[in-house]
Design a protein around this ligand. Structure first.
Ligand SMILES: Nc1ncnc2c1ncn2[C@@H]1O[C@H](COP(=O)(O)OP(=O)(O)OP(=O)(O)O)[C@@H](O)[C@H]1O
Length: 251
């Protein structure tokens, strides 16, 4: 039994069956990649896991509890945290102020941006945020405006903000999209370190096969809204159907 169990999930948008009969089991402490061509249904599936969409059929269980019908913030509190394609950080705030926001939400269950000045006076929040920045190797950037960070550092900050909530499942939606190779490699190293050092499960949607094969120990290939195959990376690489359809002959 995985920490995340998706059973027979289907989702239709008008006349389009975006997902059908999706079964997925994500093992605790694994890095599980979901790959597939454009329009395969990867984002739709992710949205069904975090409460942004409700499937028409099937079930989604996290650690034995159904996530269906729960609001995104409730699912977040259950221990699922999501990193978006575009970093969700506040560019006008400093790196430290950004990091304080999820620390506050973790302590009090909610956060309003206009409460920031009050938050800045709270030592426990400040200590926690500074500790997280040290863990993310970003302490030297604490006073910078987040907008001035490199793409890779914006991603690093956002991942740190997610981790400060101590999730058990981290969902990543193309975390290296649009990044130069150096930033991509830094992000791969960061995610490897997180997966090795923390008691955490990672599920990642990714187009970049270098990222997928560097990180994943399990891969599900989605095609036209339904899983084509789920296997270990070496078998996915060698699977002729997958090679032909998704990876290209050079993979
Ligand atoms: N809100 C929506 N309303 C209508 N159709 C949608 C909606 N969201 C997604 N779709 C359609 O559902 C199908 C699956 O889309 P989805 O974005 O999940 O695919 P994807 O695998 O994430 O693709 P990509 O790799 O391009 O991001 C596509 O045909 C898409 O156009």
């Amino acid at each position: 039994m995985g920490i995340l169990e998706v059973k027979d999930v289907g989702k239709r948008f008008g006349g389009l069956q975006a997902l059908s009969d999706v079964n997925l089991s994500v093992k605790e402490n694994s890095v599980h990649a979901i790959i597939g061509p454009n329009g395969a249904g990867k984002s739709t599936l992710l949205n069904c896991l975090v409460g942004k969409l409700i499937p028409d059929t099937g079930s989604v269980m996290f650690d034995g509890q159904s996530v269906l019908g729960r609001a995104p913030y409730e699912i977040n509190q259950m221990g699922i945290s999501r990193v978006f394609q575009t970093p969700e950080i506040f560019g006008d705030l400093t790196v430290l102020e950004n990091m304080m926001i999820p620390c506050f939400a973790k302590r009090d269950g909610a956060f309003e941006l206009n409460a920031l000045s009050a938050v800045l006076k709270q030592n426990d929040i400040l200590e926690r945020a500074e500790h997280m920045l040290e863990e993310m190797n970003m302490a030297d950037k604490r006073g910078m405006h987040a907008a001035a960070l490199s793409r890779g550092d914006k991603r690093r900050l956002e991942i740190g903000m997610c981790l400060s909530q101590e999730p058990r499942l981290l969902l990543l939606d193309e975390p290296t999209a649009g990044m130069a190779r150096a930033d991509t490699n830094n992000t791969i190293d960061l995610l490897k370190q997180i997966s090795e050092e923390r008691d955490i499960t990672i599920a990642i949607i990714e187009h970049d096969m270098h990222v997928v094969f560097s990180l994943a120990n399990r891969i599900t290939v989605l095609a036209q809204g339904t899983p084509l195959v789920e296997d270990d990376p070496q078998n996915i690489r060698g699977n002729p159907k997958v090679r032909e359809a998704y990876l290209g002959e050079s993979a």
